[in-house]
Design a protein. Structure first.
Length: 700
């Protein structure tokens, strides 16, 4: 009797243990993350430190007319593999799904001990026979998501695909529908909690992050999707103009197809989350190396433009040598003097003499080129460097049998004629002695097309990678300054311009140039972890037609906007000689604002400042007005006043800039040298109209 009761008790215990194991076998606890599989819905939910982040997520892929969804498949296995790769050690979980007469789906999740706030996911499709798709996502949900506090400071960030046509970053209140490119961020402005979602692979797909909010709530999303295969007006693939034919995303073919790998990161500070996103990208695909100085210099496009001429630019070189470099407008005793478009106004002899003239002035000469553009539009013209083998019509990209075009006609980055043209020009620039090359309108190279010369290339990003890899190797140790360009792939440029042209005016329609550029810094500062430098573009300090907009305070703001972004380039016509002389006033203004040693010391850091708040932005520029940067010795704080009539007064609580009053030695405003005021655990400021203040807070 006793034995019978004992057996029954053991049997019940075993059943209870089995039931417990069965209920937990679909719950994976990994570091700070929990992955839960719902057997009823066939979906996955993600929790960070027990906090629900994404609910009822599933994978999708379009094959022909079918949309396959993992929730409609049978889960046949969950496998765990230990991994070690560029991100360190971690674990990979593979959810294997099968359905009769359908391709197999593998929904993968990665967690790394070095990045506990992040989890990565991807979708792999396998089939015995070849399949093709141009839409694939490991992250799709139409379940309501509420991962942020419910208040009106919640924001969603749109990151543009490129910087063409004066596109802005957007930071919109919930529940604004949003389409972002490669990455997006959802954050609470007051608490700074934030969710970052974005691709960390940029070798095949253009990735889109789509979200729709719930109008009943400040913090609820009704739909969230991150997928490979986006085309849009902002990828320059969709256009209503007849001379700019549209094209859908190229298709990937094979028996195994993989989505872009997607990062999901939940952070107590969304700004650190964006920086970690960039850092992870740079670990996977390291940036182009540059171990020399942060460039200080001048570029011809801002004021000389198409009137650039040999006598004028050598006069500019001499002015900078004699009047600015001795007073601190230099880095490591070097400045860069760059010829922009219309450098072909020069003869080859003048180009050689220009380079020698710059070198004699402790300067490095720069040049300009568009590797994936045909600006002249003559399809029967011979392609330079091909010995007549190819005409431009042979190397154009086509959509619907019409040449692809953004501003210029696009050429195929994979075509041998394009590559021979690259060799021709880059070899010529090197032989002339140039050290720096500004590469413009290279977003042409990322366009989708009917086909590419390389039959193994079927998407715009694949083509861009092939062309840029070839160009990067040809340039070798030249400084490659990317101008109009996609953010990703990012491994080819030494710098990338963070916005479009910045012509100088504070109130220029439809955006003030300074405010517009600072919009890009407000939400794209983290890009300086993908490239050695962000580039603010050249800044102008004088225009006689708008003289009132170029007062000293406004010029301080312009200079500050450049030095807190990265590269420090001037653009005024400082020449007093040649066939297109400038104005002496521009020289006087430059000498006042480009020779402050404390401000120039910031430029030598080469670091982009980041927003203090981010959710309180100035219209119409959509820019943050408060920026900061931390070093071991000090914290810099910058306040811009875009208003043309009123002072901007206020305070910044020290805890918002990671400081305590007891940790501060002293505070100085660097443009005036005056002592800063800290009262009641806050930094006080009072900025004049269209001006700036820069505080250096020295720490113990």
């Amino acid at each position: 009797m006793k034995n019978s009761l004992l057996y029954k008790a053991l049997y019940i215990i075993i059943l209870l243990l089995f039931a417990s194991c069965s209920s937990n076998k679909y719950n994976i606890k990994e570091s700070q993350w929990t992955i839960k599989y719902n057997t009823e819905s066939g979906t996955v939910s993600l929790f960070h430190q027990s906090h629900p982040i994404l609910q009822e997520v599933y994978a999708r892929v379009k094959i022909g007319n079918d949309t396959l969804e993992s929730k409609n498949y049978n889960l046949v296995a969950i496998k765990k593999n230990s991994i070690q790769d560029k991100l360190g050690k971690g674990n990979k979980y593979i959810f294997e799904y099968k359905a009769k007469n359908k391709p197999q789906l593998k929904h993968c999740f990665y967690n790394y001990s070095s990045y506990p706030n992040c989890i990565l996911t991807e979708l792999i499709i396998e089939n015995k026979e070849q399949i093709e798709t141009n839409y694939i996502t490991p992250l799709y949900s139409i379940k309501e998501q509420s991962f942020l506090p419910n208040d009106n400071s919640n924001r969603v960030v749109r990151v543009p695909f490129d910087n063409d046509n004066f596109v802005s970053y957007l930071c919109s209140p919930f529940p604004t529908p949003n389409i972002s490119f490669e990455v997006s961020c959802f954050f609470n402005g007051k608490s700074r909690q934030g969710l970052v979602i974005g691709s960390v692979e940029h070798n095949i797909w253009k990735t889109g992050v789509l979200s729709h909010g719930n109008n009943k709530s400040f913090n609820t999303l009704e739909k969230l999707e991150c997928y490979g295969g986006i085309t849009h007006e902002l990828t320059r693939d969709i256009n209503k103009q007849e001379d700019k034919p549209s094209c859908e995303h190229g298709k990937i073919k094979g028996t195994l197809i993989k989505s872009p790998k997607i990062l999901i990161g939940y952070h107590t500070d969304w700004r650190k989350g964006m920086e970690e996103y960039a850092t992870i990208n740079s670990k996977i695909t390291p940036p182009r190396q540059w171990n020399k100085e942060v460039p200080f210099g001048w570029n011809s496009w801002g004021a000389m433009a198409n009137h650039v001429n040999y006598t004028g630019v050598t006069d500019v070189s001499d002015f900078i040598k004699n009047d600015l470099q001795p007073k601190g407008f230099e880095n490591n005793s070097t400045t860069y003097i760059g010829l922009d478009s219309f450098w072909d106004n020069f003869s080859d002899d003048e180009l050689k003499e220009f380079v020698l003239h710059c070198n004699a002035n402790n300067q490095k000469a720069g040049i300009y080129w568009c590797p994936f553009s045909d600006w002249f539009g003559n399809p029967n013209s011979e392609v330079e460097g091909t010995n007549g083998k190819y005409k431009y019509k042979d190397i154009y990209l086509y959509a619907n049998n019409k040449p692809r075009k953004i501003e210029s006609l696009a050429v195929d980055p994979t075509h041998p004629g394009t590559k021979q043209r690259i060799d021709y020009y880059i070899s010529r620039f090197k032989e002339l002695g140039f050290s720096y090359i500004k590469l413009d309108f290279i977003n042409n190279g990322a366009l989708e097309a009917d086909s590419f010369y390389n039959p193994n290339v079927t998407t715009g990003i694949q083509a861009y990678n092939e062309g840029m890899d070839y160009l990067s190797k040809a340039c070798d140790d030249l400084f490659m300054a990317l101008s109009i360009a996609p953010i990703f792939p990012s491994q080819y440029g030494t710098s990338r311009r963070i916005s479009c042209d910045t012509w100088g005016a504070m109130n220029e329609k439809p955006w003030g140039s300074t405010g517009y550029m600072l919009n890009s810094l407000s939400f794209g500062w983290w890009i300086d972890r993908l490239y050695p430098f962000n580039d603010a573009d050249h800044i102008l300090l004088y225009n006689p037609k708008e003289a009132n907009d170029y007062k000293e305070g406004a010029n301080r703001a312009r200079v500050t906007s450049a030095v807190i972004t990265g590269i420090y380039m001037l653009g005024d016509n400082f020449s007093l000689k040649g066939n297109y002389p400038g104005d002496l006033e521009s020289r006087k203004k430059a000498m006042k604002v480009t020779t402050n040693p404390d401000i120039n010391a910031i430029a030598r850091l080469g670091h982009s400042f980041y927003p203090i708040e981010g959710y309180i932005i100035e219209k119409p520029h959509l820019s943050e007005k408060l920026f900061m940067c931390e070093t071991e010795e000090c914290t810099y704080v910058v306040i811009f006043n875009f208003d043309s009539t009123n002072n901007l007064s206020g305070k910044i609580n020290l805890d918002r800039i990671n400081l305590q009053k007891t940790s501060i030695i002293n505070t100085t405003e660097l443009w005036t040298g005056k002592k800063g005021i800290i009262s009641n655990d806050a930094l006080l400021y009072d900025v004049s109209p269209q001006d700036v203040q820069v505080y250096k807070i020295n720490k113990k």
